[in-house]
Ligand binder design. Structure first.
Ligand SMILES: Cc1cc2nc3c(=O)[nH]c(=O)nc-3n(C[C@H](O)[C@H](O)[C@H](O)COP(=O)(O)O)c2cc1C
Length: 213
């Protein structure tokens, strides 16, 4: 197979633009995403790296109203508890943040890590077993970028109590929840993170996170 010319002058700047314009999306249009489009994106996500080629990601499309309602209630409870942990100005800003698109995202995916899988035969996980979950995160990020490239927004919802979500979805034993994702066409697009725009947090300059030893 011939290697594509990734060093071509237009490819790298376009990739950087995709990365700059990827956002965590919490506001979705009701427009449906075609099944085949979603499956294509998941096939792209499967190109992610994984420890020992273990591919421990498991995607559960959450369609049932009862399961979706359980996740919404779980979020509402966890978000109220999180709000109660802040005081004063922080509490006021937190209360104004929109931290999930669970009420309107047409597609919702729970992404699990199969912790008991044989695939990869344990390679790379003996001293750092958490590498399986990190591999699932790699797939989630790959999905995030692929979706953005197709004009589909994705939001990661972690303000959840994972046992409750896992029980609501009756998945096999040994599957650990890594991510709950909302996908759909975004209401708006931005080049800067919503939490930055809301005054919650700023982006870190490289100098603050880079050391040499
Ligand atoms: C592991 C992880 C969990 C996250 N959980 C939430 C969440 O529960 N609610 C939310 O609104 N955003 C969540 N986010 C999105 C972050 O807030 C967002 O990535 C960050 O503010 C930067 O914005 P950007 O993704 O638009 O660049 C999560 C992101 C990651 C990577």
């Amino acid at each position: 197979m011939t290697e594509p010319d990734f060093a071509a002058s237009e490819f790298f700047p376009a990739l950087v633009e995709l990365l700059r314009w990827r956002r965590d999306v919490r506001r979705f249009l009701p427009d449906a995403i075609a099944d085949e489009e979603l499956l294509d994106l998941l096939r792209v996500a499967q190109l992610a790296p994984s420890v020992g080629l273990s591919q421990p990601w498991r995607f559960v499309r959450v369609r049932g109203e009862a399961a979706r309602a359980a996740v919404r209630e779980n979020f509402a409870r966890c978000n109220a508890a999180a709000l109660a942990g802040y005081e004063g100005e922080d509490a006021a800003v937190y209360a104004g943040l929109k931290l999930s698109g669970l009420n309107d995202a047409p597609v919702q995916l729970a992404v699990f890590c199969e912790t008991n899988g044989e695939a990869g035969r344990g390679l790379g996980r003996r001293t750092m077993p958490e590498m399986a979950e990190y591999s699932v995160v790699a797939a989630v990020h790959t999905l995030w970028l692929a979706a953005r490239a197709k004009g589909i927004g994705m939001g990661w919802v972690s303000i959840l109590e994972p046992e409750g979500v896992t029980a609501a979805l009756s998945v096999p034993e040994g599957w650990r929840l890594v991510a709950y994702l909302c996908l759909g066409r975004p209401v708006e697009v931005h080049v800067d993170p919503e939490l930055d725009r809301a005054g919650w947090e700023r982006r870190t300059p490289l100098e603050d996170v880079f050391l040499e030893r």
